[in-house]
Design a protein around this ligand. Structure first.
Ligand code: GLN
Length: 535
């Protein structure tokens, strides 16, 4: 660790889903806006080695970093707020910690010692925590500990924090986020759950330095003072975290509460500049004062849990704000669509986005959606599986290959227009083995993609096993579906466009992972512009 790197641990109490990720990202944003170099790390207490093998219904979307890590969706928030890339080191799970320790044990690295949670697991947790500080790239590392204090699973992490608080030359503080519920019957805000949650941290030997209290209503001074007194916290370090209209307002709310100032004081750091949030405020002004509205349909099979498509929904918000357009997002289940009801289900939409995904469920609904968009000139963006569906639909309904499919869904198809990538053929493990992370793509002039990017050379992030089958490329091109983006190194088709349509683009990569508040993604922006013209 470079001597100057300081750490803020963010823990959560009372209940899950309080928004630790957003509070951490907002604090990071404020510190960054003061001129500090900041990054955020998430420690997840589950046993999966990474969330790549998790069904989205469990924890929502799997976010992918430039360097190909499959991570918790909170890393998406960090990147969207901070406009800087995260990496493999920014997300660590209990599974990964145990995997490293067990591998070392098999190598004999513990020299016959009994391998135990303390010190071996906690040492590995501490090593992972320090990795980002050790790069020398950051003044402050914010480390968010997933789960809720008191969970059995979180105990080794809290113990690691306790040890680090006592370690010489390790500068850190603990920010604990809890809930102050409002009891409607008595008309009161209640502090007892917060008191208990801090007690639970104290039982593990950790005294928080700052408390952030999630609340639906403004906290009175009385409530703050009471919490301060019962929880051994300075009154100015009890921060109100009131519900916000949009997550993007939270940095401003935290600024009003002086969270960044309190953090810097506790870390003995000079306040440097006042945070400058002009560009952020510009985004919020546009977001809140749209001049027009477009209706976009998001067609996917996990729509019951909207977090499954978190980055796509946020990318639409960023792009919409940049052109003063409100995006009304209609979440439509792919299983509910067929050729017979497409007009009724999709007819009112200005633009259609077919989401990424895996497996058979809902696939025919996605293909019917593509057909409807293509035949009715509705602006279309297909992402990953969405692009593959666009290719299948074109093969079936324009090129006349009735049997066309992806070998993922139909291994025996006679027309495998989408098939398994060569280097995937001998892979049987599911975890971390897809084509992951950033790869280059060459965009052809005179395409919708070029119009959007305004350049020929781009890189985008990936997460897939199947690809466009180049055997059919000439046939597609001749009929009017052109391949406007190709990987220059291996000729893998990255972008397809339908030339006989106002705006129809399918991308094998995931543009949504690169969209941030301050740099909306050009494909999303152009998709919305085209949708705005289709009203
Ligand atoms: N299932 C497809 C593949 O593996 C698409 C993946 C995705 O949409 N992320 O290629």
């Amino acid at each position: 660790m470079s001597a100057s790197t300081k750490y803020v641990f963010v823990t959560g109490g009372v209940t899950s889903s309080l928004g630790k990720g957003i509070i951490a990202a907002s604090l990071a944003k404020l510190l960054q806006a003061r001129g500090y170099r900041v990054t955020i790390q998430k420690l997840d207490p589950y046993i999966n080695v990474d969330p790549g093998t998790l069904n989205p219904y469990e924890h929502g979307e799997c976010f992918v970093t430039e360097d190909g890590a499959e991570t918790d969706l909170d890393l998406g928030h960090y990147e969207r707020f901070l406009n800087v890339n995260t990496s493999q080191a920014n997300n660590v799970t209990t599974g990964r910690i145990y995997q490293s320790v067990i591998n070392k044990e098999r190598e004999g690295a513990f020299l016959g010692k009994t391998v135990q949670v303390i010190p071996h697991i906690t040492d590995e947790i501490k090593r992972r925590i320090k990795l980002l500080g050790n790069t020398g790239n950051y003044d402050i590392v914010i480390t968010e500990i997933g789960g809720t204090v008191g969970d059995i699973e979180s105990l080794p992490y809290i113990e690691a924090v306790r040890q680090l608080k006592w370690e010489p030359n390790f500068d850190c503080i603990v920010l604990h986020l809890t809930l102050v519920p409002f009891l409607a019957t008595s008309g009161e805000l209640k502090t007892k759950p917060t008191q208990h949650s801090v007690k639970s941290l104290l039982e593990s030997g950790v005294q928080p330095d700052i408390l952030a209290l999630r609340t639906e209503y403004k906290l009175t001074d009385g409530v703050k003072e009471k919490v301060a007194l019962f929880c051994n916290i300075a009154p100015n370090a009890v921060i109100q975290a009131i519900d916000a209209e949009t997550i993007y307002e939270v940095p401003l709310l935290m600024k009003e509460e002086k969270l960044d100032q309190v953090v810097l004081e506790k870390l003995d750091m000079a306040p440097k500049l006042e945070p400058s949030l002009d560009a952020w405020n510009g985004f919020l002004t546009n977001l809140k004062n749209p001049k027009t509205t477009v209706k976009i349909g998001l067609i996917g099979k996990y729509i019951e849990l909207k977090d499954s498509y978190k980055s796509i929904a946020e990318a639409l918000i960023h792009a919409g704000a940049s052109i003063e357009t409100k995006v009304e997002l209609d979440w439509i289940h792919s299983e509910s669509i067929n050729n017979g009801n497409a007009q009724e289900k999709l007819g009112r939409l200005n633009g259609i986005l077919v989401a990424p995904g895996f497996g058979e469920r809902g696939i025919e609904g996605k293909i019917a959606t593509v057909k409807f968009s293509r035949e009715n000139n509705i602006p279309f963006l297909g992402i990953c599986l969405g692009m593959q569906c666009a290719v299948i639909e074109y093969a079936r309904n324009v090129l006349g290959h009735n049997d066309a499919h992806s070998t993922e869904m139909e291994p025996g198809t006679t027309t495998p227009v989408i098939y398994l990538m060569k280097d995937q053929e001998n892979i049987s493990d599911k975890g971390g083995t897809m084509r992951l992370g950033a790869y280059p793509c060459k965009v052809t002039n005179d395409s919708l993609a070029f119009k959007a990017y305004q350049k020929n050379e781009i890189t985008e992030r990936h997460r897939h096993r199947y690809e466009f089958n180049n055997t059919y490329r000439a046939e597609f091109e001749a009929a009017g579906m052109k391949t406007s983006g190709v990987n220059p190194n291996n000729d893998l088709v990255e972008i397809v466009e339908n030339t006989d349509h106002p705006w129809f683009v399918g991308v094998q990569f995931h543009p949504e992972y690169k969209s941030t508040v301050l740099t909306p993604h050009p494909l999303f922006t152009d998709f919305l512009k085209a949708s705005g013209l289709n009203k």
